[in-house]
Design a protein around this ligand. Structure first.
Ligand code: SAM
Length: 314
């Protein structure tokens, strides 16, 4: 399924600032429309005359062009690298409307505690500038919006318009007036200027990204010196018997729940497989160091089912 020809829906309200220059964007936004809710700049991947469209930058068609001929994983399948973004997009277009309820069901609500732990580790403060990458329906951005207060600023960014539309509606309904919404690929973070955020987060997003090293380098680029990156992601359970039980649960129960609730078992099979293919705790820490991050550490949650990695740009 592709959303490329669909016109984006109208925004529910105007919750963003109206300045047309932003310290976070590498170019000023056009005059006359609120930042984060309008037609894109020269990088626009699609042309839409509908006011309220979320800016789009380097979306799947333009992504991974350096990877032609290379292969990668989509769950357990080996595919051409340039196919992955489209396949991941199909998953999240399909599950977007049921994403939040499925998260609660699949994790018995524990994903809320994992996210709370990551937010506490972020050390976010009032007045800071935060970028939440692959932010989807906005769980983290909603909390950051409150924590940074009116003097601060949050960007909720995702590659997938269906997911970001759910997040935008939800945050506007919640009265978050210091949040912008930007469609962008984590591999380049093209819209964002160098050294512009105090905090960058990516929660359950990195395993879906084709070129994770490129994404980590982009995250490093957009962080201010002294800024920090937090990665919340599924990881490798540390206790073997627990791992077997977890496998049984994820490969049987998740696709069944996906079928019943979202009418889509394949996407939830991908979820289980993608978790197993994601780099383990130590490997990811090494990748962060390779991208330039310093003082990297990680904390296992729920026996390593999930880990929070943290690194600093000094
Ligand atoms: C499992 S959801 C996580 C959403 C949210 N961060 C959370 O924790 O609930 C993964 C998100 O990653 C996004 N995503 C996948 N590949 C991406 C990429 N290359 N760049 C930016 N976002 C991406 C998907 O569109 C999806 O919204």
């Amino acid at each position: 399924m592709s959303n490329e020809n669909q016109k984006p829906s109208q925004p529910k309200g105007l919750a963003t600032k109206t300045d047309t220059t932003s310290p976070f964007l590498s170019e000023p936004l056009p005059q006359g429309a609120p930042q984060g809710q309008q037609q894109s700049l020269q990088h626009a991947a699609t042309d839409s005359s509908v006011s309220g469209a979320i800016p789009k930058y380097n979306l799947p068609k333009g992504a991974n062009t350096g990877n032609v001929g290379a292969t990668t994983h989509f769950g357990y399948q080996t595919i051409n690298s340039e196919e992955k973004a489209q396949k991941v997009a199909e998953v999240f277009h399909s599950v977007a409307s049921k994403y939040d309820i499925m998260n609660d069901l699949m994790s018995f609500g524990i994903h809320r505690l994992w996210k709370r732990f990551a937010i506490n580790m972020s050390g976010v403060r009032r007045g800071q500038h935060v970028l939440d990458i692959a932010g989807g329906t906005g769980d983290l951005a909603k909390v950051f919006s409150r924590e940074v207060g009116p003097q601060g600023h949050v960007v909720l960014s995702d590659i997938n318009e269906s997911m970001l539309n759910v997040g935008r509606d939800r945050l506007i309904d919640a009265g978050c007036t210091n949040v912008d919404f930007v469609l962008a690929n984590a591999e380049t973070l093209e819209p964002f200027a160098d050294n512009s955020f105090d905090l960058v987060t990516i929660s359950f997003g990195l395993r879906n990204v084709t070129d994770k090293d490129a994404a980590l380098e982009a995250m490093y680029r957009v962080l201010k010196p002294g800024g920090r990156l937090l990665i919340l992601e599924f990881s490798k359970p540390v206790f073997e018997p627990f791992s077997k039980l977890y496998d049984l649960y994820s490969f049987t129960a998740l696709p069944i729940m996906g079928k019943i609730v979202a009418n889509d078992s394949e996407s939830y099979k991908y979820l289980a497989e993608s978790i197993r293919m994601h780099p383990d705790q130590r490997t990811l820490k090494g990748m962060m160091e390779h991208a330039g991050f310093q003082n990297c550490d990680y904390h296992n949650l729920t026996g390593g089912i999930v880990a929070v990695h943290r690194g600093f740009k000094l």
